[in-house]
Design a protein around this ligand. Structure first.
Ligand code: NAD
Length: 285
């Protein structure tokens, strides 16, 4: 039996349409145009593609964007100053610093300098702490997008075994909390986990967020499980694949996200969601 394909592109499109009308309302009724600033340091080709896609999605939804492009050799202080200027700009409601940053820049310090009320990526310790304490403010876009997809598919989470592979602060850890809040029994696997396959085979919901092509194969998946592939890996032939070996997994899973066209579009849609929410909150709405 072949799994149901979770169409992230279609789910994201629907969400973007909702956001577009929310933005129109904000503009018409309150004179507020949500604004997102993107700081891009250097010439990393993958980052440039991500930033371009984010801009395009913002424009389509009616969100104003501001591009701060800085040279590869920009100093730490220059990046900090750029963030500070955006913190003080009332027309900017969301600030995104595209990662990775060049080595001379202290990434943690830069992310911590973003005003938590404009932290639409949800990476600031304040917003991470709020999530941990069960009072989510801005939640990281990728795990938030995953939850939206699961809900759109009508998948019941209560009491289910959820296994997340990857413990990063931007995906794995917030994903674990979000699934925990929805009453899953959560296991986080990582690079030191012993017998990963055994954990995976126990999962009703399996989220792979590692960055290793095809590492999760069909024999590691519980029949009927929901498989969410966060990984984005570019192969030598230029093609994009996830962490899940789609061809073998699709035969076993109950529902599965493709790469591309799964989690990726949801991440961008959630960035727009967070930016609109930031603009609303800034106006006290
Ligand atoms: P990361 O490098 O910060 O974390 C990777 C995690 O994988 C680590 O916690 C590590 O412990 C774990 N890991 C490494 N090797 C492992 C192994 N052999 N077995 C089990 N776990 C192992 O990466 P990240 O930022 O969390 O991103 C993970 C992947 O998701 C990457 O491919 C990234 O490109 C992708 N990503 C996609 C989106 C999207 O929008 N679709 C967003 C963010 C990240």
């Amino acid at each position: 039996m072949s799994a149901e394909i979770i169409d992230g592109k279609a789910i994201a499109k629907e969400l973007r349409a909702t956001l577009k009308s929310e933005v129109e309302e904000l503009v018409d009724d309150h004179g507020i145009t949500p604004g997102l600033a993107v700081v891009l340091v250097g010439e990393d080709p993958a980052s440039q593609v991500y930033v371009r896609n984010k801009h395009r999605a913002c424009e389509r939804a009616g969100i104003a964007t501001r591009d701060i492009r800085m040279d590869e050799d920009a100093t730490h202080q220059e990046v900090m100053d750029a963030v500070q200027e955006l913190n003080n700009d009332p027309n900017i409601h969301g600030i995104l610093v595209q990662l990775p940053l060049p080595d001379q820049i202290d990434e943690e310090e830069v992310l911590n300098a973003i005003d938590p009320a404009k932290d639409v990526d949800g990476f600031h310790p304040f917003n991470l702490g709020m999530l941990l304490s069960g009072q989510p403010t801005f939640v990281a876009c990728t795990p938030k997008g995953v939850m939206h997809m699961i809900d759109e598919m009508g998948i019941d989470l209560t009491g289910k075994e959820a296994v997340i592979i990857g413990r990063s602060t931007i995906v794995g850890k917030p994903q674990a909390l979000l699934l925990l809040y929805r009453h899953c029994t959560v296991t986080i696997c990582h690079s030191r986990t012993q017998d990963l396959a055994e954990h995976c085979r126990n999962a009703d919901v399996l989220v792979a967020a590692v960055g290793r092509p095809h590492m999760i194969t069909g024999d590691m998946i519980k029949p009927g499980a929901t498989v969410i592939d966060v990984g984005i890996n570019r192969l030598e032939d230029g093609s994009l694949v996830g962490d899940v070996d789609f061809d073998s997994a699709v035969e076993v899973a109950g529902a599965i996200t493709p790469v591309p066209g799964g989690v990726g579009p949801m991440t961008i849609a959630m960035l727009l969601r967070n930016t609109v929410d930031a603009a609303r909150r800034a106006a006290g709405l």
